[in-house]
Design a protein around this ligand. Structure first.
Ligand SMILES: [Zn+2]
Length: 457
């Protein structure tokens, strides 16, 4: 007889349901897959042969599918003092994430060749608390590496249309994009763009480098518009794989996105928790922990991003967790022009989005669609992640949407504990995260007695 584990509860979020329903999920422990799902709550007395550890009753708490964060920078090897597979995946597990897709830059080497991908995989092996997949990178001159990277398992590619911030990952010009589109056009992959294009304007000479408005003036929305104009015009005129805009911030670019989608261009768009949950008005003088590129913009912009997400112009929400060491953020100096750009979020995304979303009438099914189903499909993992469905990985999160907590430095599980969310009170706490049916995080005991169980996908 197959050895099974049972999850039951009154509020299980199943695919194609707008609200959670009572259900019982049977897991095949030998494969970590969902064997079947039955309607209604089960009673332990029907499973007398199971030990307590194999019968999990969530009661009235929600059971939701494990989340997939398709945009994180784990920075290992090479900049492991910034993050790392071990700490980054623990932070993810604490936030109900059961798979992350690591960006090709900020590690050394960057993921721009198969040999470099293997270096990263070797560094990751044995350290991952949840599953990890990799994006490849497009840089000038590596077009011959792209198909081999697809064959080696990268889920897609990322390129920059503006300086990336690290010298080993240079940005591409239009000619490089065309070469990449040609190489990848018939493959089951995606070409992602850091969509800012043009020279960032210099700040006025007398401006205060500690004022957020000064930084904001150097990353205008027009840079995002120029990039999206280029991407969609190339898509319209030449064969290309699906194209994807990472971390859209400027709501003024949404008409371009809507027009491209209406024309039938194969385009998807993500935005980030920080563009939806924070705004320029929140940033105090010297607030370097809020600095990222493109920047967090004003309140009206934020409202427009929410509307676009709900309407479908924006498809999904990711963290773009991009930490660095304190010496590069220099919080004591508060120099918004000189500080490294990147927001640290891993572990907080679900609570942040839920806290803000419920004020706007968003339901849990929408949040999970944006953070799990859509991101899994985007990263080519839609046949095993992103839903509670028979045959899928039994990645399950027991979640209490009503629990309220305050974010403290000590509660952060990533390596460099500087985050704009510190001090905020958030709703919705991950109680336990299960990867393929196996416990990988418990909010009461954290990681005590548990082992990294993640696979490299
Ligand atoms: Zn990023």
């Amino acid at each position: 007889m197959t050895s099974i584990r049972v999850f039951t509860g009154r509020n299980v979020l199943l695919p194609d349901h707008d609200t959670p329903v009572p259900a019982t999920i049977h897991i095949d422990k030998s494969t970590g897959k969902i064997a079947n799902i039955q309607p209604g709550v089960a009673d332990k007395s029907s499973y007398t042969h199971l030990g307590d550890g194999d019968f999990i009753d969530a009661g009235s708490k929600l059971i939701i599918p494990g989340l997939v964060d398709a945009h994180v920078h784990l920075n290992e090897p090479g900049r492991t003092d910034w993050e790392g597979f071990y700490t980054g995946t623990r932070a993810a597990a604490s936030g109900g994430i059961t798979a992350v897709v690591d960006m090709p830059l900020n590690s050394i080497p960057p993921t721009t060749t198969v040999a470099n991908l293997e270096v990263k995989r070797s560094a990751a092996r044995g350290q991952c608390w949840i599953d990890v997949a990799f994006w490849g990178g497009v840089v000038p001159g590596n077009e011959a590496d792209l198909k081999p990277l697809v064959e080696a398992g990268v889920k897609g590619f990322k390129c920059f249309l503006i300086e990336s911030g690290v010298e080993e990952f240079p940005c591409v010009a239009q000619g490089d994009v065309i070469k990449a589109m040609n190489e990848l056009q018939s493959l089951p992959t995606v070409l992602q763009f850091h969509a800012e294009l043009g020279d960032p304007p210099a700040p006025p000479s007398s401006s205060n480098p500690r004022a957020y408005a000064t930084y904001l003036s150097t990353r205008p929305a027009s840079l995002e518009l120029s990039a999206i104009e280029l991407i969609t015009s190339l898509q319209a005129t030449q064969p290309a794989p699906r194209c994807h805009i990472v971390h859209l911030s400027a709501s003024s670019a949404l008409p371009l996105v809507r027009a491209a989608k209406a024309k039938g261009l194969n385009l998807t768009v993500e935005t980030c928790f920080h563009y939806l949950c924070l705004s320029a008005e929140d940033v105090g003088e010297g607030g370097v922990e809020f600095k990222c590129c493109p920047p967090i913009r004003g309140e009206t912009n934020r409202d427009a991003l929410w509307a676009a997400l709900r309407e479908g112009a924006i498809d999904m929400v990711v963290s773009d967790h991009s930490p660095c060491v304190a010496e590069l953020k220099k919080p004591e100096e508060g120099d918004l022009l000189g500080a490294w750009g990147g927001v640290s979020t891993l572990g907080l995304g679900l609570s942040a989005l839920w806290t803000e979303g419920r004020k706007r009438g968003v339901g849990v099914a929408e949040v999970v669609r944006w953070m799990s189903e859509r991101t899994a499909a985007h990263a080519g993992l839609g046949d095993r992640k992103g839903a509670i469905r028979p045959g899928y990985d039994a990645d399950l999160v027991v979640w209490d949407p009503e629990a309220v907590f305050t974010v403290t430095k000590e509660s952060l599980n990533f390596k460099n504990k500087l985050s704009p969310y510190e001090g905020m009170t958030l709703s919705g706490r991950v109680e336990r995260t299960y990867l393929r049916g196996q416990l990988v995080y418990d909010y009461k005991t954290k990681f005590g007695g548990l082992e990294p169980a993640g696979l490299l996908l």
